[in-house]
Write a protein that binds this ligand. Structure first.
Ligand code: ATP
Length: 296
């Protein structure tokens, strides 16, 4: 298994520099801090179960005459997992921001579960979406409170069932005080990997029908990494997901791959189709990935 995990390498090695990766981390974190300039719609009814996504001729710019996304059209079927890859600045975070309706498109529409997001109430939408970003906000409080966002109505039994279901009991049982473990807030004794596990449990408890995952770029110890991989796999079952992927290993597990370049979709297809097309960027990535390169 260790060998399998060592096969991970950072896609950004192929797509950009380390500095750009850092920029990416900071920018995706802005997703939750962006002050919204959009108005609540009248409200919609999202269907039960995994949610479909459809972008129709979406264009977007933050500033006049500086288009960031051009004519973006794609569909994701309910339950599909899409790996989103592209250089820093290609528009990945912007696409996610439109999906979470932090902005409305200049032209075109974004639909989730068949509903134009302009019609949706923001809370309605975000209540159905689980977001796992690279930096996880921790509170100076018990592990229990950190997992439930201080919601006493969530019973310990449910939390433990989630931990069990996600396959991360081996980690949990090593915590001497269990759910009573006190965290020191951000910058606490929890490692980056443990924080990611915590984020996975949070999302599992929320039970959203759409998951946005910004994969961690930092290298984690193999054991935690394995637990995170496993937890994420469980999280994705029966849910639609978009993963901003930084590791080939992750890309190798998605249903579809989208490659963004300078605000254009240059490739979007089933992974199996792209793998068999020698000129695809994905196929090229695969041939680049000799173990010695990956360990670099
Ligand atoms: P990264 O991997 O670095 O996060 P990205 O692919 O997510 O990159 P975006 O963050 O979507 O790319 O940025 C796309 C373009 O939009 C870039 O040129 C960026 O400079 C610009 N941009 C992003 N956010 C803003 C903003 N709030 N105001 C103005 N321009 C922005």
């Amino acid at each position: 298994t260790a060998q399998l995990l060592d096969r991970t390498f950072d896609l950004t090695d192929q797509f950009g520099s380390l500095q750009e990766v850092t920029a990416s981390i900071e920018r995706i974190n802005e997703i939750y801090h962006t002050t919204s300039r959009v108005q609540d719609g009248p409200g919609v009814v999202f269907p039960a179960g995994a949610l479909a996504i459809a972008f129709e001729s979406v264009a977007f710019q933050y500033e006049p005459d500086r288009p960031v996304l051009h004519d973006i059209s794609f569909e994701v079927a309910p339950g599909e997992v899409v790996g989103l890859i592209g250089r820093s600045g290609s528009g990945k975070s912007t696409l996610i921001r439109l999906l979470l309706r932090f902005y409305d498109p200049e032209t075109g529409s974004v639909r989730v579960g068949g509903n134009d997001l302009r019609q949706a109430k923001l809370d309605e939408l975000r209540g159905r979406v689980g977001l796992v970003t690279q930096e996880v906000q921790l509170f100076r409080a018990s592990l229990r409170a950190n997992l439930t966002f201080f919601d006493d109505a969530i019973a310990d039994q449910r939390i433990l069932a989630a931990i069990e279901e996600l396959g991360i009991m081996p980690w949990y049982t090593r915590l001497p005080r269990g759910l009573d473990t006190e965290l020191a807030g951000n910058g606490s004794d929890f490692s980056a990997g443990e924080s990611q596990l915590l984020a996975c449990i949070r999302v599992f408890l929320k039970d959203p029908q759409l998951i946005i995952l910004d994969e961690a770029t930092s290298r984690l110890d193999p054991l935690t990494e394995q637990l995170i991989t496993q937890a994420i796999e469980k999280l994705l079952i029966g849910r639609t997901a978009i993963i901003i992927a930084h590791r080939l290993q992750t890309v190798e597990r998605v249903d579809r791959i989208m490659v963004l370049e300078a605000g254009h979709i240059v490739e979007y297809d089933q992974r199996s189709v792209l793998r068999n097309r020698p000129d695809s960027r994905y196929a090229q990535l695969l041939t680049m990935s000799h173990p010695e390169e990956m360990l670099a």
